[in-house]
Structures are given as structure tokens and as C-alpha cells.
Design a protein around this ligand. Structure first.
Ligand code: PLP
Length: 377
């Protein structure tokens, strides 16, 4: 099997598995316990926190571990709103129309509670125009959420310019950048992104599932979503998932050591081979704004699910968009927001640092063969 669905999840790096195993065997203490076993676990937790915090450009005290990217985004959107609600400011929230459902649906929950929520449109090239954000920011805008790299198209968003323009209109609004798909692939330090809150997840970078984090800038204040413990400086109650957190930190270190050079070669091999074998295929997204590890290909005349199934029959795992959509066979809100005609089938290929150029070429050949068999080549 050629696995090119790494934007859904990546295979866990063997050294991450070893680090998690060691943490489970040796650091089994509860980091909140005050005896020697607990203190050893706490030391390990704080070591891991320092590693991950550095990758996001914040002090360790400004990093909150969560159960993944979904919870990190929900905590950001809902936690910031809870702070505002305490001072009886319902306020206004802006979210891009191509955000992950964890942001969009959290914003919808706020709308049900009386917060004015507005969606920012995207261009046909799949990016949020900073001018569109600027035009919508109001004096009571509390949060602007725009992701760094879109999970379905790989299009990079101009988050730094968006943040600058939004703050020029309202100095108090906070900028949330979901960096789940860019973490370790692009610079994601809070300041480089112009963000107040950055979220990330371990399983997209060869780490374990069920662990993620958010990094908070000095202006970002959030209230916890539930009570029951004062872990994570009172921002997220519950005993920390120490093995998972250790795995996240190890994945960060390994990614830093490996760099990203193979990803560009994989993307180029896939696109070159497709240009040769399947000229009808089009890469989605504005050229010049695309990332190397996510390549979305549109083909007229064949539904996405049919293309993905035909690829699987040929030994290639890809997806029809986000993992959350692909089970439900729903039309993607991202492709709709970009105005992509509905007769286009879309296949997303996504690479990890473990992917090879040969796998990319195999995938292109399989797609060309599938398109011919379906009569849409
Ligand atoms: C952009 C983006 N944000 C958030 C998430 C959710 O992360 P997790 O799977 O860790 O909950 C995903 C997962 O696909 C994602 O692609």
C-alpha cells in the first residue's frame, strides 16, 4: 500500500513509539503527585513543554496541552469568548469560511449564545484576502480565526498580513491561527504568524493521536471549558496525557532534525507525472501559495469518492478532502467556498517526511489509470 493521506494522519515515527513506551514504563507517575514518582513525571512533562513551546515561539508557561487540534481550537474559540462574557461583552467573532470544523462549529455554538459570528469568504484560489478581513473587523471584534495551511487544499493563508490589518482596525481583537497542518513544515512561531493563539496537533507530524496544544501570546486570556483540576495552569482540567505529550515533543525534535526537503520533491514528482499522464487533472489552489505536503487534484466528470475508491483498488490511499468529510461523502465546505464547480472530483494526496518520490510517481500513475478506466482522462 502507498499511503498518501498524511494530512488525515501520519504513521508514528519509530523513535516516537520508543519515547512513548519509555514514558509509560518509567514515568508512570501523576505529574500532580508530590512524591518522587510524581515529581519525575512532572519534570518530564516540563521538559516536553519546553520543547514544544520553543517550536511555537512562546515561554513554557504559555503552552497548554490538550487532547488534540480539535480541543485546542475549541478551547481557543470558546475559552476566549468565556472571558469576554464575564465582562458582559457578547462581541463579534470572525472566522474564515475554510476553517476546520472545530473552529467553525465552535463559532456556531457562540452564535447560539448571542455572539455575532461572521464568516470571511475566500478567493477562488482558496486564500483569505486580508482586505476582506479588514473590512469586517469592528471595534467589538474579539477574535479573528484564520488557519495557516488549509487541510483540504494545502493553500497557505497570509496570516501575518491578516493579523496586522485586523489589529490596525481593532487593537483588542485576538488572532487565532490553526497551525495543525503547517506545524513543523513552515515556521509557526507565534510572533512570525502575527498570532495571539496558535494551535497544533501531534498526529500530523508522526506523533501520536489524541494530543495537541495551544500556544498563548501575552494578550490572550482564556477561561477553561470545564472544571475538575488545576492542571495546565488552570486552563485545562484533567491529568495530563504524559506519554502522548512526550511523543509530541519527540516528534517535534525529529521533524526539526529531518527538515522538509523531501516534501518538495514528492509534490513535484506527483505534479510532473500527472502533467505527462493526465493533462486533464488540475491542481487546486493559487500557484505561489501552495504548500508541498498537500496536493489537491481536480478532475472533471468523476465524483471524488469514486476516484478515491479506484485509487485504493490500485494500492494507493488518498482522500477526497478532510478525513471528517470523507466518511460522510459530503461536499466539502472548503471547495464550495472556493466556488469549485460540483462536477469536479477532488483527490487529496498528502505527504509526510516518510513519503518517497517513487510513491508520489506511483500515485500519479494510479490516478491516470483510474481516470482512463472511468472514462474521464
Ligand atoms: C486544520 C486542522 N485543524 C484541526 C484539526 C483537528 O486536529 P485533531 O485531529 O488533532 O483533533 C485537523 C485535523 O485534521 C486539521 O486538519
Amino acid at each position: 500500500m502507498v499511503y498518501l493521506d498524511n494530512a488525515a494522519t501520519t504513521p508514528v515515527h519509530p523513535e516516537v513509539i520508543a519515547a512513548i513506551g519509555a514514558a509509560m514504563a518509567e514515568e508512570y507517575g501523576n505529574p500532580s503527585s508530590r512524591h518522587a514518582v510524581g515529581l519525575a513525571a512532572e519534570r518530564r512533562l516540563e521538559q516536553a513543554r519546553a520543547t514544544v513551546a520553543a517550536a511555537l515561539g512562546v515561554a513554557p508557561a504559555q503552552l497548554v496541552f490538550t487532547s488534540g487540534g480539535t480541543e485546542a481550537n475549541a478551547l481557543a474559540v470558546l475559552g476566549v469568548a468565556r472571558v469576554r462574557a464575564r465582562s458582559r461583552r457578547a462581541g463579534h467573532v470572525l472566522v474564515s469560511s475554510i476553517e476546520h470544523p472545530s473552529v467553525l462549529e465552535s463559532a456556531r455554538l457562540l452564535a447560539e449564545q448571542g455572539v455575532a459570528v461572521e464568516e470571511i469568504p475566500v478567493t477562488r484560489g482558496g486564500w483569505v484576502d486580508p482586505a476582506e478581513v479588514e473590512a469586517r473587523v469592528r471595534s467589538d471584534t474579539g477574535l479573528v480565526a484564520v488557519m495557516h495551511v488549509n487541510n483540504e487544499t494545502g493553500v497557505r493563508q497570509p496570516v501575518e498580513e491578516i493579523a496586522t490589518r485586523a489589529r490596525a482596525r481593532s487593537s483588542r481583537c485576538l488572532i487565532l491561527v490553526d497551525a495543525v497542518q503547517s506545524f513543523s513544515y513552515l515556521p509557526t512561531e507565534l510572533r512570525a504568524l502575527g498570532a495571539d493563539i496558535v494551535t497544533a496537533s501531534a498526529h500530523k507530524i508522526q506523533g501520536p493521536k489524541g494530543v495537541g496544544c495551544l500556544a498563548l501570546g501575552a494578550r490572550a486570556k482564556l477561561a477553561p471549558l470545564w472544571g475538575g483540576g488545576d492542571q495546565e495552569a488552570g486552563r485545562r482540567a484533567g491529568t495530563e496525557n504524559l506519554p502522548g505529550i512526550v511523543g509530541l515533543a519527540r516528534a517535534v525534535e525529529l521533524a526539526r532534525g529531518q527538515g522538509c526537503s523531501t516534501l518538495a520533491s514528492c509534490a513535484a514528482a506527483l505534479c510532473d507525472e500527472l502533467a505527462r499522464l493526465l493533462p486533464a487533472a488540475r491542481r487546486i489552489g493559487e500557484p505561489g501559495r501552495l504548500s508541498d505536503h498537500i496536493v489537491a487534484i481536480a478532475i472533471a466528470g468523476a465524483p471524488s469518492e469514486v476516484l478515491v475508491n479506484a485509487l485504493e483498488e490500485r494500492g494507493v490511499c488518498a482522500s477526497s478532502g478532510s478525513a471528517c468529510h470523507s466518511r460522510r461523502a459530503l461536499r466539502s465546505h472548503v471547495l464550495d467556498a472556493m466556488g469549485l464547480p460540483r462536477d469536479r472530483g477532488v483527490v487529496r494526496f498528502s505527504f509526510s517526511r516518510a513519503s518517497t518520490v517513487e510513491e508520489a510517481r506511483t500515485a500519479a500513475r494510479a490516478l491516470a489509470d483510474a481516470a482512463r478506466a472511468l472514462g474521464v482522462a
